[in-house]
Design a protein around this ligand. Structure first.
Ligand SMILES: C[S@@+](CC[C@H](N)C(=O)[O-])C[C@H]1O[C@@H](n2cnc3c(N)ncnc32)[C@H](O)[C@@H]1O
Length: 334
């Protein structure tokens, strides 16, 4: 499949070390600065308290990229820190190579509840894996993972639906398998309208749901019907070196390919909010106010912590921006 090869094949974009980060190709919420992780640390504490303060507290971050979010969460020192078993998961070896060294009881082979229970209670511990362990986990987090999972592309024809496949000489249209529910997902698609069928995203959620009590996904989202009415280059984008890239079917391996996530194709979620709503609910504004106070007290002789505290104001603006990251959706299953 084209997207699978272009991103994760032997010469794929992620295989070659492309990805999130100031020195890489695009910025994500964790890459804006440590504030996103500081809010997530509070959310993790909230869910830990709700769950009766389990120890160990197993949190898996899927599609962790270079582990910037994990570093920020640990740096924020949540109350659950001593109980925390944080497992970074990324299918890209290049990303895993940039993960911090495993610490604490991280060498454990998570997989059996008994094993997790018998871990020494002296966390936090960190582990890095290529796949989500069988579980059980308390929380699975994923920031901008689902949009990177390969999808199938379909186009409305005059008489029905075609699948758009990459042939040797370029894209070709083949009559769609009638079992693919294009017509019911996008009943009003105009001729030429394109949609993504995101089986892998739906399967990922279903699998994560089996393995964790709570699954929390941050991503840019849409619906299949909305996709069909917009130019497909609007909802399927490419990035490299902090710029938009070439067409999605051009120059495979040289650029990220990402598609908005069609929420109507995912398992029914328990909660759905904007990123701005989620971050506010978990105290982003209190953290910014505390940062401002710390800066004022230390402005005459600022230390590193004071500089970080001051930068919370601009990070917050970016994370809550209703035309940008603030409009991302936070989908939760629990
Ligand atoms: C857009 S990056 C997001 C990185 C990070 N979460 C962030 O927000 O900065 C997506 C990451 O997901 C990884 N990935 C893609 N499919 C995956 C899968 N099935 N399991 C684990 N990681 C995956 C990619 O290698 C890539 O590092």
């Amino acid at each position: 499949m084209f997207m699978e090869e272009a991103l994760y094949g032997s010469d794929g974009f992620y295989t070659r070390g492309g990805g999130a980060g100031r020195r890489r190709d695009f910025l994500t919420s964790p890459e804006v600065g440590p504030l996103f992780g500081a809010v997530l640390a509070r959310a993790l504490d909230h869910w830990w308290n709700e769950a009766g303060r389990p120890d160990p507290y197993v949190v898996i971050e899927a599609g962790a990229g270079p582990a910037t979010l994990a570093r920020a969460i640990l740096h924020a020192e949540p109350t659950c820190l001593a109980a925390l078993r944080y497992i970074l998961v990324d299918r890209s070896e290049a990303m895993r190579a940039s993960h911090p060294a495993e610490t604490g009881a991280a060498g454990f082979q998570l997989g059996e509840a008994d094993e997790a229970e018998s871990l020494p209670r002296q966390g936090p511990s960190l582990a890095s894996r290529a796949d989500i362990p069988p579980g059980p986990a308390h929380v699975i987090l994923a920031n901008e993972l689902l949009d990177n999972l390969p999808f199938d592309l379909f186009e409305r024809s005059v008489t029905g639906w075609d699948e758009v496949r990459m042939g040797v000489a370029g894209p070709v249209l083949l009559g769609a398998d009638p079992r693919v529910p294009c017509a019911s997902l996008a009943p009003d698609a105009p001729t030429g309208g394109r949609i993504a069928i995101q089986y892998q995203a739906a399967e990922w959620v279903a699998d994560a749901r089996q393995k964790a009590a709570r699954v929390v996904v941050f991503d840019y989202c849409t619906t299949t019907a909305s996709m069909s009415r917009r130019p497909w280059t609007d909802w399927c984008r490419t990035y490299r070196s902090h710029r938009r890239g070439a067409g999605a079917m051009e120059e495979p391996g040289s650029q990220d390919i990402t598609a908005e996530v069609a929420v109507d194709q995912l398992p029914r979620r328990t909660a759905d909010s904007t990123q701005a709503e989620f971050l506010r609910a978990h105290g982003i504004e209190e953290l910014v106010a505390a940062g401002r106070r710390y800066w004022t007290e230390h402005a005459a002789r600022p230390d590193l912590r004071a500089v970080e505290a001051r930068s919370r104001t601009s990070e917050c603006e970016a994370l809550l921006d209703p035309t940008g990251l603030g409009a991302f959706r936070v989908l939760e299953w629990y």
